[in-house]
Write a protein that binds this ligand. Structure first.
Ligand code: ZN
Ligand code: ZN
Length: 207
């Protein structure tokens, strides 16, 4: 098949921070380049309780390697995380480093005739790493992040953070029925305090 210089216009923005060009790499299998990128984190890189703050530094150490069917991109991504502990709600800030590897298939090859829908493809010379970054980072995030592995959480009685409390922090066992009663008494006191603010006509009748 004669080589055609028909380059379809790439649908991806070549100036986007996470778009890489494979032009300098060339197509000779075995050629390799290393790249180091620091880019601002895109929005929504996270899960409910923890994620990468938008605009924070995402550091990528990349290895681009030309293989028969495309460009193999491997490397590590390092991101800061912010969130809150699922047990004690303490803010969490740490950083994680995740390794990944992704093959971008040349647009004019069909990877042995078995092109998959979920396969990533080069568009012209360009590779968009943003979806790769999302999959890599988001899949690595814990659904229940902890401030520390053995976080004891909050006291179920008073809500104090147990990690900050005395080691023997406890409450004398209270009969739940009594606790409910105590709640009623507190409500009652509240009512009386409000009553004091308005004139009480019962006293007028008695006196
Ligand atoms: Zn915690
Ligand atoms: Zn307590």
């Amino acid at each position: 098949m004669p080589h055609e210089s028909r380059n379809p216009l790439p649908a991806i923005d070549p100036r986007a921070p996470l778009v890489l060009s494979a032009r300098a790499l060339g197509r000779r299998p075995g050629s390799m380049r290393k790249e180091r990128l620091v880019v601002p984190a895109p929005e929504g890189l996270g899960v409910e309780m923890v994620g990468v703050p938008k605009g924070a530094d995402v550091e990528l150490d990349l290895r681009l390697e030309a293989v028969m069917e495309g460009v193999l991109v491997s490397g590590t991504v390092r991101v800061p995380l912010a969130g809150e502990c699922a047990r004690c709600l303490e803010p969490i800030s740490e950083s994680v480093e995740v390794e990944f590897q992704e093959l971008f298939v040349y647009p004019d090859t069909r990877s042995g005739g078995h092109a998959e829908d979920d396969e990533r493809r080069l568009e012209g010379d360009l590779m968009d790493l943003e979806p790769v970054l999302r999959d890599t980072v988001v899949l690595d995030l814990p659904l229940s992040p902890l401030c520390r592995e053995d976080c004891p959480g909050l006291c179920s009685e008073c809500g104090v953070r147990l990690a900050d409390a005395e080691p023997d922090h406890h409450h004398d066992a209270v009969d739940p029925r009594w606790a409910a009663l105590r709640g009623l008494i507190d409500d009652d006191r509240q009512d009386h305090r409000q009553d004091d603010d308005v004139p009480d006509d019962r006293h007028d009748q008695e006196g």
